[in-house]
Ligand binder design. Structure first.
Ligand code: C2G
Length: 129
């Protein structure tokens, strides 16, 4: 079984997130998502609209997602990959190159982002209505 892992905040889930999750799952058989905790989001200078618990429930309802774990720091990826025996690490290409150090531990793939959609633009559009 080929295990894939990806990480993110996944706030206000939108088609860009779902496209990423679908393509990541298509590259393997089992998809793990490292979901940024509310505390780690502060570290990323992000404030999610939904709590970690709610974002986790939403992610777990998505057909492509097999397991959601907490992402609480920048340094846990190598340990997660070893703990869960992951074969492939996937991220959107806005992160291209940022996680190449993981190539010592597993395959690394950056997938093209879905253009024209982001959580911040959704928030902006809603605030104008
Ligand atoms: N994404 C995408 N297309 C979009 C928006 C997001 O492909 N239009 C992808 C991102 O590239 C990322 C994933 O969806 O791979 C989750 O995006 P975010 O929730 O914004 O995650 P981010 O804040 O980039 O956190 O340790 C890694 C970080 O936790 C990544």
């Amino acid at each position: 079984m080929k295990k894939v892992i990806t990480y993110g905040t996944f706030d206000l889930i939108h088609v860009g997130h779902v496209n990423l999750l679908r393509r990541a799952k298509e590259l393997g058989d089992y998809l793990i998502v490292g979901l940024s905790t509310d505390n780690f989001n502060k570290n990323k200078n992000k404030t999610a609209y939904y709590t970690f618990e709610d974002r986790k429930i939403i992610l777990e309802s998505i057909q492509y997602v097999d397991l959601v774990i907490a992402e609480s720091n920048w340094k846990q990826k190598t340990r997660d990959i070893r703990t869960y025996d992951v074969d492939l690490f996937v991220m959107g290409d806005d992160w291209k190159g940022s996680f190449d150090f993981l190539k010592e531990t597993c395959e690394v793939v950056y997938l093209p982002r879905t253009t024209g959609i982001s959580t911040s633009c959704v928030k902006k559009r809603i605030s104008k209505t």
